[in-house]
Design a protein around this ligand. Sequence first.
Ligand code: GLN
Ligand code: ZN
Length: 751
Amino acid sequence: MKTSVIGFSRIGRNRELKFASEKFFKGEIQETELQDVAREIRELNLTTQKHAGIDLIASNDFSFYDNVLDTAFLFNIIPQRYKDLGLSELQTYFAAARGYQGEKGNVKALAMKKWFNTNYHYIVPEFEDDTKIQLVGNKPVDEYVEARNLGVETKVQIVGPFTFLKLTKFVGNKKAEDIAETLTAEYGALFSKLSSAGASWIQIDEPYLVRDLDEQDKVLFKKIYGQLLSDKKGLKVLLQTYFGDVRDVYEEITSLDVDAIGLDFLEGIKTLSLLKEKGFPKEKILVAGVVNGKNIWKNSYEKTNGILNEIKTSVNEDNLYIGTSCSLLHVPYTLESETKLPAEYKKHFAFAEEKLVELHELSGLSKETLAANQALFETRVDSVDEDVRQRVAAIKESDYTRLPVFEEREAIQKKALGLPIFPTTTIGSFPQTADVRKNRSDFRKGEISKTEYVEFNRKKIEECIRLQEELGLDVLVHGEFERNDMVEYFGEHLSGYVFTEKAWVLSYGTRCVKPPIIWGDVSRKESITVEWSRFAKSCTDKPVKGMLTGPVTILNWSFPREDITIKESVLQIALAIRDEVLDLEANGINIIQIDEAALREKLPLRKSDWYSEYLDFAIPAFRLVHSGVKAETQIHTHMCYSEFTDIIPAIDSMDADVITFEASRSDLQILDALKENHFKTEVGPGVYDIHSPRVPSVEELVGQLTKIREKTEDSKLWVNPDCGLKTRGEEETVKSLRNLVEAAKIIREKA
Ligand code: GLN
Ligand code: ZN
C-alpha cells in the first residue's frame, strides 16, 4: 500500500519559525533572514518525509501564520484597510494577522477562530463587496517548485474553495453564492499555473464537508466542484476531508470526477459504514486516514489492520492508500527531543516523525512488527488508582447543583463584595517578561533554590498588586507568574500526568502549547494555587480573584487517554479541582475564576451529537467543581476564541456567577444572542483584543462599552480585556489597562 501525509508540522523541529518570526516582528532581523529559516524548515520536513518512505507528501502546507489567511492573500481577498497601510506584501499579511500600530496607521487584526475541533486557530478572511478576486499570489507554485528542486515530488495542498467560502466573513451585501463562480475560476487559474510548473497532484482540503450541511450548502458545493473539475488542467485531484465523516455528501463526493478521496476513519464514526453500505468507485484511490493526527499514542496495528481489512472488502487493494487522519500540524514534531521521559512511557507514544514510521510499517505489515506492536499494548505502568475510581463512582446527582440558586446568590454577593457598577478586572495573567520566565526555568534546572524562586514570584505578585491598585482596578489578580501554561501547570500538580520537554503544538500564529499527557487516573496531590493567592490577598485590601483552570479545559488541552472514556477522565479532574476550589475558599479567597477557555473545543462538529456526545457530561463536570462553595463566594469563568452563540443555554447552565469572554474581535454579535437567551450570568465581554500589541484609546473603549451597554443590563456588566495578558509587553499592558479603567469611570458617570 502507498502512504500519504495530509500536512506536516510547520513551526520547526525546535520551533525555529516561532523564534525567527518574533525577532522579525521586533525588527531584530530582516525579511530575508526570516525567509531563510522558513526555507530550512520546509526542506527538513520534506526530506524527513521522503526518507521515511512516504509516497504522497504535501507542499504548501507551510505558512507564516495561517493557511486560511494564505489562501485569502493568494486570491487577493484582503480588506482595504490593510492594503491602505502601504506595507510590503509580508508586512501587510502580518498586519491582517496581528494588527498594526505604527507610523503607517493603526488597524486591528482580523478575527481568529478555532479550526474545527482543534486547538489551532485560523484567521477569518473578510470579504468586502468591492474585493476583486484574483489569483495574485504564487506561494503554492513556489513551494511546489522548491520541493521538486530538492528532489521531492509533492502533492500541492490547498484550502478548498467550499471550506474557504464557508469560513469567510462577508462584511458587505455579497454572499458566498455570489462569488463562488469567480473564486472557483481563480482556483482554476491556480490549477493551470501548477500544471505548467510540472505538478501532477493537488490536494484540496475540504474539512467543512464533515459538518452538518444543509441543502444550500450542498448546492454550493456541487456548483463549485462541477465548475472546478470540468477542466482539471491535467492535474490529478485528491479531495481531502478530515475531523469527521462526510455522511451528508458521501454520494456527491464519490461521484465527482476526482482521482482520489481522503476520508477519516478515526473521528469519522460513520466513515466505514458509509463505505460498506454505499460502496466506493473502483477507479478512484481511497486515502484512508487511519494514523491519528491528533493524539500521541502509538497506533495499535492490530486495530488498524482490522479497519484496513474491512475497507478492503469495498476497495481494490491497489487503490487503497493509508494516511494520517488529519494534518500532523496537531501533534508535536518528534519523540527524539524527549530526553527525560522514561522508556516505559515513551514506548507508548508516537509524534509526527514517529507517525511516519507507523505509516511505513503499516503499509507492508510483517508478522513480527505486528506482534511487537501488540505486545506494547499489554503493558502499561501506574495507570489505575482505586481511590479515584471509588470517588467517581460515589458522585451523587445533587453534587452537580449549587445552592442557593443564582438570583439569590447574585444579591448576596453584590452586598458582600460592595463593588462599583461596571467593576473592572483582568483575566488573570500579567506579562510574562523575560525575568519571569528565567525565574521559572532557573528553578526547573535547579540553578536557584525554592526559596529564591518563591521570593522572586512574591516580589512580582506584590508589584502586580501595587500596579493594579495604582491603576484603580476593582478585582485584582496575582498575575500567574508561576505558570508556564494554564493547563500544564495544573497537570504538574496532579497525579496521573506525564510531561514532555519539547512536545509543542501550534495554537495560533507563532504561539505553541505543550499539552501534558494524561497517563493514568487523576487526583490532587496537594494544594496548587492556595499559597500564591493567599500571599496576593495579604498585599491588599481589595478583593483578589483566585485563578484555576476548569476540568473540561484541562482535559481538552491535554492529550487524553484512549483506554478509558473522556467522561470518566473529566470527572476525575473535576473532583481534583473541586478540592482546590474549597481550599481557596477556606483560605479567604471569595472570588474564584475557573477558566474554561477550551470548553467549546471538543464540541462535536455535528449539532445532533452535541449534547449526547459531550455537553451532557462537560457542563455537569464544571458544576461539580463549584457546587460546594458558599453563596457569598463568587465564581467566575472565562472562555475565549470561539463562537459560542449557539451553546449559550449550556453556558448559562454552567451556573457560574460571572463569565468573561472574547468579544472584541468578533464584533459583539454574541451580545445579541445573550439577550435573546435571557442569559442570567453576569458578563464581561472583552473590550479590547489582547492578541495584538495595539493600545486601545479611551474613546475607543468608551465607544465599545457604549455599544455593549445597549445590549446588556448595566447591573450585569463587567469591564475587562478579552483574555489573559501574559503574551503582552509591560508598557502596552499598563497603557491599555489605564485606558480601560478610565473608560469604565466615564461610563459610570453616564449610568
Ligand atoms: N487565566 C488565564 C490567563 O489569564 C486565561 C488564559 C486563557 O483564557 N487562554 O492567562
Ligand atoms: Zn482567554
